[in-house]
Design a protein around this ligand. Structure first.
Ligand SMILES: [Zn+2]
Length: 452
């Protein structure tokens, strides 16, 4: 008789937001069915995890895979493969950098079909919120958008204009009625322009000038505006890539006032500081920019205190020719971090006494699933989708460009020591990555929509 268990993960240290426990994990029909100290039942396949960590599949709610339209920058296939190599089992693709951007249901369905034909992991799709498509929000919701993304400053993409206060307020009012979450890139456009012009007038074009052109104040002004609008409209708001502890504090204060708002940060704000940007150069250019060391350390405190709710990579790559220019302002912004960002956070925790893996299990998986209404995702417990990865903690090994699965082997983390070795990534019970290499490139990713 065929065993009732399809896959038994044996002897690992199972990580949940509540802690780390030594347990076996049984999977059947793509779901976790049992987590217990010793499961003796027969299984079709056994995965030995002794000495390793069994971690919930990372849900990266913030990637730009740029397909269709700019697939030469990344791709739904290469991006998904890189995510899987880093322990990820689902991504939410942003509505811009793909061309045309996802501003209506037809574009969303088009991207969905492409991802279903290319992605080895599950995926959700963001719709855009711009001055051009306020009349398309209902259709985007009906087509299954995971949420709406708006820019409060110039997005750098002409086909994706930013919102002013009036449009954002109107969009949030409509989104609230539709039950859609709105995510904002929170930088104040007027302030960013003022500070940028000051640097350019002074003739400065180096990395330090770029950082000075977008001080924390630019982020804070936008967070204040967005949280006020969320309070007025009742809209669920998600501030993406919060770069500063001051920004986290504003979100925290708004939450205390009862505003439905959450904050995402990115691995690069927790792993790099302004000196690193000067040293690494173009591969570490992003907006909001990477901050100083004191702020980096304070953000880790926000992770540990639960004041930050989620971590997303904001993976936003570009070809090498766009990442080289004498003028730092002219370099395309965006960090390639979908493969190593989360691993390096785990690696940092492995280096500390606290080994705060449970916190990271919350921010990289459980909290994301809860915020985006994916009840089947985010936790290793019976009834949930069997999405997980297995990793071990080893001696530090420098990340080599050759191990990158992204289309362009550009990452600020090349050369950085990493103690985490992801050995397996499993999506709904199916291994996509095993023994440290991809084992199944089949496009088996499923479309995720809120509530399902
Ligand atoms: Zn982004």
């Amino acid at each position: 008789m065929k065993p009732a268990i399809d896959l038994l993960v044996r002897g690992g240290k199972v990580v949940t937001p509540r802690g780390v426990t030594r347990a076996d994990v049984a999977v059947a029909h793509g779901k976790f069915v049992k987590v217990a100290p010793a499961i003796g039942d027969d299984a079709a396949t056994v995965l030995e995890a002794k000495g390793k960590y069994v971690f919930p599949g990372i849900i990266d709610a913030h990637v730009h895979f740029n397909e269709p339209g700019r697939a030469e920058w990344e791709g739904l296939d290469s991006g998904a493969a890189a995510l899987a190599a880093g322990g990820g089992t689902a991504f939410f693709d942003m509505p811009l950098n793909s061309e045309p951007p996802v501003l209506d249901a037809a574009r969303l369905r088009e991207k969905r079909a492409l991802a279903e034909a290319k992605s080895m992991v599950d995926f959700g799709l963001w719709g855009g919120l711009t001055p051009r498509n306020l009349d398309q929000l209902t259709a985007l919701r009906d087509a299954g958008a995971i949420g709406l993304k708006a820019f409060m400053s110039n997005s750098g993409i002409e086909s994706f204009p930013h919102v002013d206060v009036r449009v954002l307020g109107e969009g949030m009012k409509r989104a609230a009625k539709l039950g859609l979450l709105v995510a904002v890139h929170a930088e104040d456009d007027a302030l960013a322009t003022t500070y940028t012009n000051a640097q350019k007038t002074a003739g400065r074009t180096d990395a330090a000038a770029w950082l000075a052109s977008r001080p924390v104040e630019v982020e804070l002004a936008a967070i204040r505006t967005a949280t006020e609008l969320a309070g007025e409209t009742g809209c669920a708001l998600h501030i993406v890539h919060v770069s500063s502890p001051e920004g986290v504090a504003l979100v925290h204060d708004a939450r205390e006032r009862g505003v439905d708002v959450t904050a995402e940060t990115c691995p690069h704000y927790l792993l790099l500081n302004d000196d690193d940007v000067a040293r690494i150069g173009a591969a570490a250019k992003c907006a909001p920019p990477i901050r100083d060391e004191a702020r980096r350390l304070a953000l880790w405190e926000d992770v540990r205190d639960g004041r930050l709710q989620t971590i997303g990579s904001d993976h936003s790559p570009a070809p090498a020719e766009l990442k080289t220019a004498p003028d730092f302002f002219a370099i395309w912004g965006g960090i390639g971090g979908v493969q190593h960002g989360a691993q390096l956070l785990l690696s940092e925790c492995a280096d500390t006494a606290a080994r705060d893996f449970p916190r990271l299990a919350a921010l990289l998986a459980a909290n994301v699933a809860r915020r985006f209404h994916l009840p089947a995702k985010g936790l290793i417990e019976p009834g949930k989708d069997a999405d997980f990865c297995v990793f071990e903690i080893d001696e530090p090994r420098e990340i080599a460009a050759e191990e990158l699965w992204t289309r362009h082997r550009i990452s600020p983390y090349v050369g950085r020591p990493n103690r985490v070795r992801v050995t397996d990534t499993v999506v709904r019970g199916q291994a996509v990555f095993a023994g440290g290499r991809h084992v199944n490139f089949a496009p088996s990713g499923r479309f995720l929509r809120p509530g399902k």
